[in-house]
Design a protein around this ligand. Structure first.
Ligand code: GLN
Length: 483
């Protein structure tokens, strides 16, 4: 039962082959048995899940249908869930029970999805390895000595280990696409504003975007359908109609213009990954796509710009965790200043503290123009590069990451080495564009992802291309040994 995709589950439930309660019980037992190996959950919500599954079975018995009705999922632990711990992977919020549901959580619950639990993540979504979580590192099911990617490493490892078919995640600089690549999943970061950020604990508000992590493009379409849409509670949510994503999967790729940026293949990319990317290009050519070399000349400036803008926004967003209003408070503070200092010093881990300091520095008087303003100008150049490219091509294709998943601990003492691994993903966040990563093969037994980028609001095109690719390849069907 645990091998089924969301699409297969929907068919099985509709045909009464099993009930949502049976499926939920099976998966909860599997999580209890296998999750100790990978540490992908921070909280399990058995009672909520069984209640939601029972309600979904009743709704089906009363004639309701829907692809998510009775489907088991989990939420990255930065989506607020009413009455349930929402920790953001931090000691700071270990005692925080959200007083309301995030819009994404509420929408998926209304569609009948069953929440099995809250998944592990890098603290406040800062990281690419899921090693900065206060609840411990997550292990990659493909090789337990390697990282699963981050920051949505818990969602990715859980889905890859077949503990559940799909999960929500968020992507500020790659945190859906990079863990998807590292664990052989399909993950989609939507256009900025497509999915509501209300109730999603903020890291860098102008970059953060929620999206689906699943095994197939078909399942990402199902989950995105339940997440996307205008939300009056989020002032950056965009009031654009949501297409029927599942209906758009079957389009032909005949004549599709794929741009391949020449900058993607320069030094730094593992040549074995480059070869797999070229294989995926050949596969898409067989399906009728036309390949064109393009250029994204400002790509080299994206990492420094991102690592100014994201910490700057984080330093502002995280100022609310002061030991007074909610979250962790130190013992026996001597005075108010001591309360602030020790609550934040003890509640935040080292990567979060580093980013708060970098961000506060970049925003301070005298340095604002030199760092923050300059980074915003680079952001505009990066966006302009994409706008120029999309005049000539329909999608852009390349690697998701320069290397496969590294060993646990390999980069934890060198933050800049980890930042450099984000080179292919962060440009989409700076520009607000949608991006998808899908399985493209293996290097040393570790999965490799190919990334597709599209113009604003063309998530349907990304899903269509990925689905057609997956009808003709079987990388996405491979299962890690032991799971
Ligand atoms: N690795 C990037 C960072 O650490 C991206 C994280 C994310 O997308 N949440 O900021």
């Amino acid at each position: 039962m645990h091998h089924m995709t969301l699409a297969e589950i929907a068919r099985g439930l509709a045909d009464k082959k099993f009930s949502s309660v049976e499926l939920t019980q099976t998966l909860l037992a599997r999580i209890a048995q296998l999750d100790p190996q990978i540490n992908s959950f921070i909280s399990l919500t058995q009672d909520l899940a069984l209640g939601q599954a029972k309600a979904a079975d009743e709704r089906r018995a009363n004639g309701e249908s829907g692809a998510l009705l009775g489907a088991p999922i989990a939420h990255k632990d930065l989506f607020c869930t009413q009455g349930i711990r929402t920790s953001c992977g931090s000691k700071m919020l270990d005692n925080f029970k959200a007083p309301y549901d995030a819009t994404v959580v509420a929408k998926l619950a209304a569609a009948g999805a069953v929440t099995l639990g809250k998944t592990n993540m890098d603290e406040f979504a800062m990281g690419s390895a899921n090693e900065s979580s206060w609840y411990g590192a997550v292990k990659n099911p493909w090789n337990l000595e390697h990282v699963p990617g981050g920051s949505s490493g818990g969602s990715a490892a859980a889905v890859a280990a077949r503990l559940l078919p799909a999960a929500t995640a968020t992507d500020t600089g790659g945190s859906i696409r990079q863990p998807a690549a590292f664990t052989n999943l399909t993950g989609l970061k939507p256009t900025y504003g497509r999915v509501s950020r209300w109730g999603m604990i903020a890291y860098a508000s102008s970059l953060d975007q929620g999206g689906p992590l699943a095994r197939t493009a078909e399942d990402c379409a199902i989950l995105l359908q339940g997440m996307a849409g205008f939300d009056p509670n989020d002032s950056t949510s965009i009031d654009e109609p949501v297409p029927d994503y599942s209906a758009s999967l079957s389009g032909s790729l005949q004549g599709l213009r794929i741009g391949v940026p020449k900058e993607y293949f320069s030094a730094g990319l593992d040549p074995r990954i480059a070869e797999l990317i070229h294989n995926s290009i050949k596969e898409l050519e067989k399906l009728g796509a036309v390949i064109k070399e393009i250029s994204l000349p400002n790509m080299q400036h994206a990492i420094p710009a991102y690592y100014v803008i994201a910490p700057a926004e984080a330093s502002s967003n995280l100022s609310r965790f002061d030991g007074v209003r909610f979250g962790y408070r130190c013992e026996n503070p001597a005075n108010l200043e001591d309360l602030y200092k020790r609550s934040r010093g003890e509640g935040f881990g080292s990567e979060v503290q580093r980013r708060i300091m970098v961000g506060a520095y970049a925003l301070s008087a005298g340095y604002y123009d030199a760092y923050y303003l300059k980074a915003q100008k680079i952001r505009r150049l990066v966006k302009n590069d994409f706008m120029t490219a999309f005049n000539e091509v329909d999608i852009i294709l390349g690697p998701t990451t320069p290397n496969p998943a590294w060993k646990l601990g390999a980069k934890s003492s060198d933050p800049v080495a980890a930042y450099l691994e984000d080179v292919y993903t962060i440009t989409a966040n700076l520009a607000g564009l949608p991006g998808l990563s899908m399985p493209a093969g293996f290097v040393d037994g570790l999965p490799v992802g190919v990334q597709l980028l599209a113009p604003y609001f063309q998530e349907d095109r990304l899903l269509n291309v990925a689905h057609q690719y997956q009808l003709n390849t079987d990388w996405h069907t491979r299962t890690p040994t032991g799971f």
